[in-house]
Design a protein around this ligand. Sequence first.
Ligand code: ATP
Length: 265
Amino acid sequence: KPAAGFEGLKRISYEDIGGLKDELQRLRETIELPIRHPELFKTLGIEPPKGVLLYGPPGTGKTLIARAVANESGAHFISIAGPEVISKYYGESEQRLREVFEEANENAPSIIFIDELDSIAPKREDVTGEVERRVVAQLLTMMDGLEERGQVVVIGATNRLDAIDPALRRPGRFDREIEIGVPPTVDREEILNIHTRGMPLDETVRIDLIATQTHGFVGADLAALAREAAIRSLRRHLPMIDLEQESIPQEILDALKVTGNDFRE
Ligand code: ATP
């Protein structure tokens, strides 16, 4: 059954991730290696990690990288969002978490992805943090109960590492942390190349230059930029398109190219 929120989305692979080479390498060692070769860890007498925290600003590819590792290691992927787990009805949140871990165990190897993990951090100064406290306790119980063969791994994502309950970050829980940061120029170029892969680009388009001009853009911004350029190109040609027509004439389809101008505007 497809994970919540990802219905109908295509399978993400390592090809779809721009930059993040070291981060991906670390995540693969931490998750894919124990899933594929549990015997390595058995021989060494060490336990593979049960939990990994991905942290960094929004839109930098945390969800993307988790989905890619799941797909490429053939693991069942279950995605939940922290706020979605928090239910105001007594006991429902814990029940939801139990179901998720049950599904993961039944379909192992599995990866449980918890987005916005910080939202289940109990707010200490806040009496209404009661639900969060119970959910954290339940999550700890479920993680402590995981079999130690690395066949079910929990990946948590957050924009605010300091907002994660310290109890969740102890050894045997989310004890690996990987920062997913804002991409540098070379990574932006790779991300732009990925998101313009299926677009007919005019030969005047210089992806390398656009990469240098988009300082501070994260992957989600660059994906939006490419989409916006394509839509502008479409808009420019719209006056020539007769909406009543059965099909669009080939010369318009040919002219429909993303130009340098559309990107720079
Ligand atoms: P949030 O903290 O808001 O959940 P996130 O870090 O999980 O953000 P994603 O959902 O993975 O971000 O990224 C959003 C979209 O941005 C992706 O679906 C993808 O289209 C694009 N994107 C982000 N980072 C990259 C990247 N490194 N390479 C290619 N595309 C990227």
